[in-house]
Design a protein around this ligand. Structure first.
Ligand SMILES: C[S@@+](CC[C@H](N)C(=O)[O-])C[C@H]1O[C@@H](n2cnc3c(N)ncnc32)[C@H](O)[C@@H]1O
Length: 320
């Protein structure tokens, strides 16, 4: 495949991932229409404590969160990176609206489908809410954020989305995010905390197999959008958790020796029996690491909001 061919970014990324060692695919491509629906199901699973924990934090501490967001200001722009269907954010939005807070909301997501669902929902809940949705990658959206920076920004980065960056790239991302904010702007960022390794592993290996389907859906997406011939039944889902590094990794394992052809790239990709494709990282954190991240990225920690189990923290940072 020549570098100059007019391939989509998706095709280029898939080619790069399947020709690297070990093979990998970017988890940002999980979220097509089926992926969005599967993730919504995952959020409701018994094993998936993350959504419940963050929901509890918002339900129980929304008053304190609002006070911290406002500080001495009368209004703010609420920006959400990777908003998804906004399940938890709606708890805050409804509370702010009920208290007649002067704020606007800018959800950002790579999936237009999930943004459409969110906008439809918000319109029903609160037709007067000022919403400016941006479809795109975090990094492009960060640049756009900078263009329209007239009032205090309160950025939400929830659900431990930051955990999908490797420990090496998370500080760089946070630094870049900080560089796009002004002193006094706020970031409320969700981190999944280190805990009983069995609890963590089960969250990525649910008994009903939804997480497996979520991972396999990316191969389906490559089949339908890039004209590939992945035999989905010959790949199995295998998550791991390393309690030393705090890293959860999801793999798809080729259960036989096989070749997959992708029309869009015009190439075949050979898989050995038991060869893994690395699909996703979900990093778990200690409070120490979180506070170090804040300092390295030019923020001071205002307050840590945790759930009763201490499973999850939404850490509020101020740009200095
Ligand atoms: C794990 S979901 C979490 C959604 C929501 N933040 C929550 O806590 O429920 C991740 C969301 O981020 C979006 N996303 C993933 N990678 C992205 C990227 N690089 N740029 C923009 N959005 C991205 C996905 O489309 C998806 O809606």
């Amino acid at each position: 495949m020549s570098e100059t061919t007019g391939l989509s970014t998706f095709a280029k990324d898939v080619h790069a991932g399947l020709t690297s060692t070990p093979k990998c695919l970017s988890s940002k491509y999980f979220y097509d229409e089926t992926g969005d629906q599967l993730f919504q199901t995952i959020m409701g699973l018994d094993e998936y404590y993350l959504t419940r924990s963050e929901f509890e934090i918002f339900e129980n501490q929304k008053e304190e969160i609002l006070k911290s967001f406002l500080g001495n200001d009368a209004s703010f722009n609420l920006v959400e990176l990777g908003a998804g269907d906004g399940t938890k954010t709606k708890v805050l939005i409804n509370y702010f609206a009920k208290n007649k807070v002067d704020f606007s909301y800018s959800p950002i997501d790579i999936s237009q489908h999930v943004l459409d669902l969110l906008l439809e929902d918000l319109q029903k809940l609160n037709p007067k809410l000022k919403v400016n949705a941006i479809q795109g990658d975090y990094f492009d959206a960060l640049a756009k954020l900078n263009e329209n920076h007239f009032q205090k920004e309160v950025v939400l980065f929830l659900g431990s989305n930051i955990g999908n960056f490797s420990n090496g790239s998370a500080p760089k991302f946070l630094k870049r995010l900080g560089d796009n904010l002004s002193p006094g702007d706020l970031l409320l960022i969700g981190f999944d905390l280190m805990k009983d390794p069995n609890v963590i592993l089960n969250a990525y290996n649910d008994a009903s197999g939804i997480t497996k389907a979520f991972n396999l859906n990316l191969l389906d997406r490559i089949n339908s959008e890039l004209g590939a011939n992945f035999d989905i039944d010959s790949f199995d889902h295998f998550p791991t958790y390393n309690p030393v590094t705090g890293e959860t990794r999801s793999y798809l394992i080729s259960t036989k020796k096989q070749e997959v052809f992708i029309e869009a790239t015009g190439e075949s990709y050979a898989f050995d029996i038991w060869e893994p494709i690395h699909m996703e990282v979900s990093q778990k954190y200690s409070m120490n690491t979180i506070h170090q991240f804040a300092a390295q990225a030019g923020f001071k920690v205002v307050k840590d909001f945790t759930d009763e189990n201490n499973f999850f923290v939404d850490s509020l940072w101020e740009k200095i």
